[in-house]
Ligand binder design. Structure first.
Ligand code: HEC
Length: 138
């Protein structure tokens, strides 16, 4: 019964979507989900993390590992606001096209953002704050 409860808990902790099954199957052998979810990362960083786990002994086909990288990037991702195209700011951070444009224009004019707070110079600070855990400045 306890095992069942724990299992239900684990499954509910991950949003549905392609790649979830692979994460459940491959990434929970050595540690729990909290270790995986502790930090949001950019897609590049997730790729590196998954490669590091393979070095440590995680086993999966290239397709499974790609599915994991895509799943984690979508659900536990960060977008590097200093490199992102406007459409990536829209799809990855849910900014409106006008906000995305303002973010890119500010960056072009003033140089790289140093912290997520700097985005408040371009768009509504409340909107930025809501997304801060998914913003990377690199
Ligand atoms: C063969 C064992 C093993 C498997 C399978 C495994 N990991 Fe790990 N992972 C480790 C070890 C060892 C650590 C470091 C100790 C710890 O934090 O528990 C770690 C730490 C982590 C961390 C936090 C520290 C860091 O290096 O960033 C993340 C994130 C992570 N793993 C993600 C994953 C993902 C995603 C998968 C599935 C592709 C996965 N792990 C599968 C062994 C494994």
């Amino acid at each position: 019964m306890l095992t069942l409860l724990l299992l239900v808990n684990l499954v509910q902790d991950l949003p549905d979507g392609p790649g979830k099954a692979e994460v459940m199957k491959i990434c929970l052998d050595c540690h729990d989900l909290d270790t995986v979810k502790a930090d949001n990362r950019t897609k590049e960083a997730w790729k590196k993390t998954v490669a590091k786990m393979v070095d440590r002994g995680a086993e999966g086909t290239d397709e499974q590992l790609d599915a994991i990288v895509n799943y984690l990037s979508k659900n536990f991702g960060r977008i590097n606001v200093n490199k992102a195209l406007p459409e990536e700011l829209v799809s990855g951070l849910d900014f409106s096209p006008a906000e995305a444009q303002a973010i890119v224009e500010y960056r072009d004019k003033n140089g790289a953002y140093k912290t997520w707070r700097d985005l408040s110079n371009a768009v509504d600070p409340a909107r930025v704050e809501a997304k801060k855990d998914h913003i990377a400045v690199q």
